[in-house]
Design a protein around this ligand. Structure first.
Ligand code: PLP
Length: 374
């Protein structure tokens, strides 16, 4: 792959050294063009060509999204964000008082509050303690020994430390114990390959605005066909049912796939953007993207450490992803981030550390800019 060429698709490279894909990513000219196509059509023709132009693209993107994670098209629903996907699972499962959900105290709040909200239904959320930004596999194993555990809810990559979960091992464990496995995958989809079917993931949610390089407010929710009927859609609307363009006939035959979770008109503009973003990821190849980004984050962590900077993120290849979290001497992380920003380097601060998160189009020049500014 000619990585330098990919920079021309990201005009942000002319403005900033952008190290903030774990927050909100800039989009490519491909996404910009797709939004232009959407906007031109709706401006010039309104809904005149709805079926050929809009519906066709929505269904095409559903298929492309499925391919990205090893799912089938009918296992994908478009959602407005990760929280909505996780919320569909929390609200829709048939909980009994005394059931447990296992998660951990490293999680972004999107993967905590849906489970805490079940307290009123008698469901207990076990917050396993992270250690040095990591969640030890053994503590998940121990927690899942309790027969009350119904679901394991974890992030594929932790937003603060960048710790990468061993999805396959966790999936195996869940299957052995008959526990459902729900993944907040916003910090890895588009960056790391995943095969949900093979890994035994039951549910996955990810908004488009991080590693997928798309827009906010339009993401994907995967619900494995094997558990679809265990999740009752709590919000049912005209699109939830079959033959839903026959508006004059009321019936409650839910769509046979995850489309039943799309209750009304979708975010069509967002789906156009997402489609172009996913096409680009497929074109480059997620395997190649993972290798590239792991190379960049590995080198960055190494060079920071060589200068005596404390790197908080795991260093083991199997435990790291697109995030390098660090603390610069005794300087408050917010002051470091502000200093970097003044020098044209965009990072964020999470969990008491500066968080740098490059994507495939970042290069060594960006890294020099970051290290120089530091
Ligand atoms: C792990 C994780 N989950 C979820 C989100 C965002 O959730 P949502 O897509 O619901 O806004 C973030 C954003 O920072 C995140 O890091």
């Amino acid at each position: 792959m000619n990585w330098e060429r990919t920079r021309s698709w990201f005009p942000v490279t002319g403005e900033l050294a952008y190290f903030n894909h774990a927050s909100v990513a800039p989009v490519s000219t491909r996404v910009q063009e797709a939004l232009g196509r959407y906007s031109a059509e709706i401006t010039r023709h309104g809904a005149l060509h709805y079926a050929q132009f809009f519906d066709a693209e929505i269904e095409r993107v559903r298929g492309r999204a499925a391919e990205l994670i090893g799912a089938s098209r009918d296992e994908i629903a478009f959602v407005k964000n990760t929280s909505e996907g996780l919320g569909l699972v929390a609200a829709g499962l048939d909980w009994d008082p005394g059931d447990q959900v296992v998660t951990c105290d490293l999680e972004y709040p999107s993967n905590v509050y849906p489970w805490w909200s079940l307290h009123a239904r008698g469901v207990e959320t076990i917050m396993l303690p992270g250690r040095n930004g990591k969640l030890p596999f053994a503590s998940v194993e121990r927690a899942l020994e309790n027969p009350r555990v119904r679901l394991l809810a974890l992030s594929s990559v932790q937003y603060g430390s960048g710790f990468r979960s061993d999805i396959e091992a966790l999936g195996r464990l869940c299957r052995e114990r008959g526990v459902l496995f729900c993944l907040d995958a916003i910090q890895s989809v588009g960056l790391l390959p995943i095969d949900v079917a093979q890994a035994g993931v039951d549910f996955l949610a990810a908004d488009g605005h991080k590693w997928l390089l798309s827009l906010e407010g339009c993401g994907i929710f995967y619900c494995s066909r094997s558990v679809l009927d265990r999740v009752t859609p709590r919000v049912v609307g005209w699109r939830s049912v079959t033959e839903n363009t026959d508006f004059d006939r009321y019936h409650m035959d839910l769509q046979p796939g995850a489309g039943r979770f799309e209750e009304g008109t979708p975010n069509t503009a967002g789906i156009f953007g997402l489609g172009a973003a996913i096409d680009l990821l497929h074109e480059i190849g997620v395997e190649a993207i993972a290798e590239r980004v792991l190379g960049l984050t590995g080198e960055l962590a190494e060079r920071l450490e060589a200068r005596g900077t404390e790197v908080v993120s795991p260093r083991d290849d199997s435990e790291r992803a697109g995030i390098v979290a660090f603390r610069y001497n005794d300087e408050p992380p917010k002051a470091t981030a502000a200093r970097l920003r003044r020098a044209g380097v965009f990072v964020s601060v999470r969990r008491g550390a500066v968080r740098a998160s490059p994507h495939f189009y970042n290069n060594r020049g960006d890294m020099e800019q970051l290290l120089g500014a530091l």
